[in-house]
Design a protein around this ligand. Structure first.
Ligand SMILES: [Zn+2]
Length: 675
């Protein structure tokens, strides 16, 4: 029998064959449809139990199959799995569309929603009901037929435009190459980057070196290439993507996308697209996002201007640069950073043997939350490199299964992420515990050396483990509110806050020991890491804020009157510019985050999450980074609560107040008075 269609607890990896997936998906979708049908054909009046609860626990087998399959497609894929993914993804999309458009189902949910005041619901139940109702209403379920029709037209048009936007940017990126013949022109590039450029040139049957607009080629050139004219050429090519008035130009597309988004929001009863998006965010309103961005701007700007002056005089002193331009920024910053810190990865790596770092993060979790990680060898896994752990709390209660898959291999996509094979929920007096996984691509061991992590890899490990704790410590009734199922601008709090322990003496002493001598990492090195992490943070902050403000300028007000993309941008950037403007470049026409991907009205959340994590960690610093009381509050009010309540309420219960920007400013070194 198909192992995916049996009830299983641990994912039965060794029994699954690729041919099991598609039939399992088909059957599970059919079963889930039947479960929905049971709700809609119920002749009893709709109640929370017979509608919302039943819906919440429908399709569970389908969820389990999906999580096994899509995790494999990310961590251990092959052509066959990719082909299955292409076949089943439309089926899943169709199934979820059928639910959102199911009028009978919505009718019942709406009935329950309208009676919510009299139902004596718990907070978690109210949250679930609202979330369910909104998933329909935000898709137009309450609209009249002709308005519904217009909404579908807009959605179809928008998905085409988003696609076109991305295709144009990609085509521009791929079209450009800078072919260099003279070795002097690649002067300054590190060997690795030089070799890669030569390799690329060779692969196209050319001599010399090829530089492209792909990040791995573009970034090192801007950082290290001595030839200023070439840096200028590359920088302008990068900045003018889809802004040349030809058939790959995105100006018209930007205007169309923002206008359609605005129309869509108005149709659904929202003032702007940003109001629509932010309704389901911790920040809640465009007003709040604006005041957040502007407060940070006001406080970060003096530091940014100071740093810029320092960079200007450094460049002038070094090379007699009279006017610092955009294409000088990375180059002189890198030189200045080397001069100030002279810190490189190789110095730090011996202190961060992978096994020690894992032990370290487990110890941190034990000291904070009483968790015990025991490696076990009887759990089915999808690759022999995966490690499996049974997690218990201090009272020996079973908490979770934790999978860790650390090294790159063919079949694993790049990056690092947390995921789950099973979420957590409570039903029939049972607290069903989750199966959580961390997947990364860390430097593997060699024949002569163990796996030694860069400091960046260490913080990545802590980051993903923080997401992991959010999953493992989940303690909610409903699976769709469990663990990391929280608002977008809240989800990075547990992960980012955990990174802070990587900079603390008390924590580093637990694990940062030289792999040969056992010597604990010298604190001068740690201090250097901290200072170099804060290097030019003012300028970096200003840059992030300018993107956030640009995003809000397109989505937080009626865009109908904007007819000139560049002119609009120039006004928005006037408060954040450090470098002279270049008329041939434009940010919006290649701002894929907000015009292709799903970050519209969400760019602010990068900084928002930093403010949250710095403010939360400041509380730990005040009371001691391993203070049990603060840790318990963090666990009880944040980690275990998932999306059961408004995140601001949860946060305030933990911290006693709304997050303030000061802790971030201090950590980033933006408060000091400079000269
Ligand atoms: Zn993250």
């Amino acid at each position: 029998m198909n192992p995916l269609l049996k009830k299983f607890d641990l994912a039965p990896f060794s029994k699954i064959k690729n041919e099991h997936f598609k039939p399992a998906f088909l059957k599970a979708i059919e079963d889930a449809r039947e479960e929905i049908h049971v709700i809609t054909s119920n002749t009893d009046a709709p109640t929370f139990e017979n509608t919302i609860t039943v819906l919440e626990f429908s399709g569970q087998q389908l969820d389990r199959i999906s999580s096994v399959f899509f995790n494999l497609n990310s961590a251990e894929t092959n052509e066959e799995i990719q082909k299955i993914a292409q076949e089943v993804s439309p089926l899943l999309a169709e199934f979820s569309n059928d639910i959102t458009l199911n009028k009978d189902l919505f009718k019942r949910i709406k009935k329950v929603y309208q009676q919510r005041g009299e139902l004596n619901l718990s907070i978690e139940q109210s949250t679930l009901l609202k979330k369910r109702y909104k998933s329909f209403s935000r898709n137009g379920a309450n609209l009249t037929e002709d308005k519904k029709k217009r909404l579908r037209e807009i959605d179809a048009e928008l998905s085409k435009l988003n696609l076109k936007f991305g295709e144009n940017v990609l085509a521009e990126t791929n079209k450009y190459e800078m072919h260099l013949i003279d070795e002097n022109d690649v002067d300054g590039l590190p060997n690795g980057a030089k070799e890669a450029a030569a390799q690329l040139s060779k692969s196209k049957d050319k001599k010399g070196w090829l530089i492209t607009l792909d990040y791995p080629s573009y970034i090192p050139f801007m950082k290290y290439a001595k030839n200023r004219e070439l840096r200028k050429e590359l920088s302008l090519a990068f900045g003018s993507k889809s802004f040349k008035g030809d058939d790959l130009d995105n100006q018209e597309t930007v205007l169309k996308i923002t206008r359609l988004r605005h129309e869509r929001a108005k149709l659904l009863g929202y003032a702007t697209h940003a109001h629509f998006v932010l309704e389901e965010r911790m920040a809640e309103t465009p007003k709040k996002v604006h005041s957040f961005l502007n407060e940070l701007l006001e406080k970060a700007k003096p530091a940014a201007e100071r740093e810029f002056k320092q960079l200007e005089s450094f460049a002038k002193e070094l090379d007699g640069i009279e006017r610092l331009e955009k294409w000088d920024g990375s180059y002189y910053s890198e030189k200045l950073k080397q001069k100030l810190f002279n810190l490189d990865d190789e110095q730090l790596k011996p202190y961060f043997k992978l096994e020690n770092v894992i032990e370290g993060v487990f110890k941190v979790a034990e000291k904070l939350f009483g968790l015990q990680f025991e490696q076990v060898f009887d759990i089915d896994k999808y690759h022999e490199e995966v490690k499996t752990y049974r997690v218990q709390d201090a009272e020996k209660n079973f908490i979770a299964i934790f999978y860790a898959d650390f090294h790159p291999r063919a079949g694993k996509r790049g990056g690092a992420w947390m995921t789950s094979f099973k979420s957590q929920w409570k039903k029939d007096n049972e607290n069903v515990r989750p199966h959580i996984s961390n997947v990364c691509n860390f430097t593997p061991s060699t024949e002569t050396k163990p796996s030694l992590l860069t400091f960046n890899e260490v913080t990545t490990l802590f980051h993903e483990f923080g997401h992991g704790l959010h999953g493992m410590l989940a303690n909610t009734t409903y699976p769709s509110l469990s663990g990391t199922s929280v608002y977008w601008d809240f989800v990075e709090l547990p992960s980012q806050v955990l990174e802070n322990w990587c900079y603390e003496k008390e924590a580093l002493e637990l694990f940062a020991k030289h792999y040969e001598t056992g010597e604990v990492i010298p604190m001068e090195l740690v201090q250097k890491i901290k200072e170099s992490a804060a290097f030019q943070e003012g300028m970096a902050t200003l840059r992030q804020l300018s993107f956030g403000l640009l995003d809000m300028s397109w989505h937080g007000a009626d865009p109908t009157d904007i007819t000139n993309v560049k002119a609009h941008e120039t006004v928005v950037f006037s408060g954040t510019n450090l470098y002279p403007d270049t008329p041939e470049t434009c940010m919006s026409t290649a701002f894929a985050h907000i015009f292709q991907g799903g970050y519209s009205s969400g760019y602010y959340s990068y900084k928002w999450a930093e403010v949250l994590d710095a403010d939360a960690f400041a509380y730990f610093k005040e009371e001691g980074i391993f203070n049990k009381k603060v840790a318990a509050k963090f666990k009880n009010h944040v980690l275990s609560k998932g999306g059961t309540e408004n995140p601001m309420v949860l946060y305030k219960r933990f911290r006693g107040a709304e997050p303030k920007v000061e802790a971030l400013l201090e950590r980033a070194g933006l408060l000091e008075e400079g000269t």
